[in-house]
Write a protein that binds this ligand. Structure first.
Ligand code: OAD
Length: 235
């Protein structure tokens, strides 16, 4: 007899990487408190001062090289034994991949990649965490920029993400303030009756009805969720 695995779809935000030492954006002391978001993470900001934007993401990439995945990232990988796990992340770090997760979709781009300024589909991997991009970085005659979805830009991976959410049998939101759209709207694509869990020590106010809130840090919350899921598998 074969038991078909359920689809566990996860939407993660900066909070899942907080216990790895990566700053979130909007918490006290978060990145947007120290850097004006519209200078370093918007299309206008990049046009005004591209050198500053390159420097900002070079720093983020170097910091990423000094961190490692935490228990929450690892539990998501371990759950692949029991579920088809799909991770949709707003994070630009690579900690889900380094923890071993197989299916990771990045909604807001990836720190370890650069892309052509004039051709969004021309994307290249960066060779190391110390690699830097600048206004002078040119590949095959294309000027390159960080592979980050800036504010004021479209989110090309949103539609593929909605198709994954529509297949969810269980949907889990972890460590996001649910203020940035369209990412915050993913939960609307969950089919009726599908259980939704939201793990966050300080959950946002934009919580849809019926969502089970686990008010905890990602590592503790993922441990609690694993117990809940184990009981469901046995039932
Ligand atoms: P935010 O900084 O807006 O929210 C972080 C969330 O993580 C908050 O709800 C915190 O309560 C929660 N949090 C903090 N520590 C945690 C922990 N140890 N465990 C679990 N949760 C914790 O970050 P995002 O919602 O991810 O986009 O931000 C969304 C987007 O805004 C980002 O992808 C980024 C930013 O501008 C771009 O730069 C394109």
């Amino acid at each position: 007899m074969t038991n078909k695995k359920l689809n566990l779809v996860v939407s993660s935000g900066a909070g899942i990487s907080a216990e790895s030492g990566i700053s979130t954006f909007r918490d006290a002391g978060g990145l947007w408190e120290n850097y004006p978001v519209m200078d370093v993470a918007s299309a206008d900001g990049f046009e005004r001062n591209p050198a500053l934007v390159h420097r900002f993401y070079n720093e983020r990439r170097k910091a990423l090289g000094r961190t490692i995945p935490n228990r929450a990232h690892k539990i998501l990988h371990e759950l692949e034994e029991f579920f088809n796990v799909y991770v949709i992340t707003q994070n630009v770090d690579d900690l889900h991949e380094r923890a071993g997760s197989t299916n990771v979709l990045h909604l807001h781009g990836e720190l370890m990649k650069m892309r052509a300024v004039d051709e969004p589909s021309f994307i290249r991997q960066l060779p190391s965490y110390d690699a830097e991009t600048s206004v002078d970085t040119v590949v095959d005659r294309h000027h390159m920029r960080p592979h980050i979805v800036f504010f004021q830009e479209a989110v090309p991976m949103f539609e593929p993400a909605t198709e994954i959410v529509e297949k969810a049998d269980i949907f889990v939101i972890i460590g996001t303030s649910l203020v940035v759209y369209p990412a915050a709207a993913l939960v609307r694509y969950v089919r009726p009756g599908v259980p939704v869990y939201y793990i966050d020590p300080n959950p946002g106010t934009n919580i849809p009805a019926g969502v089970h809130v686990i008010r905890a840090k990602a590592t503790e919350g993922m441990a609690q969720l694993t117990e809940i899921l184990k009981k469901q598998l046995k039932a």
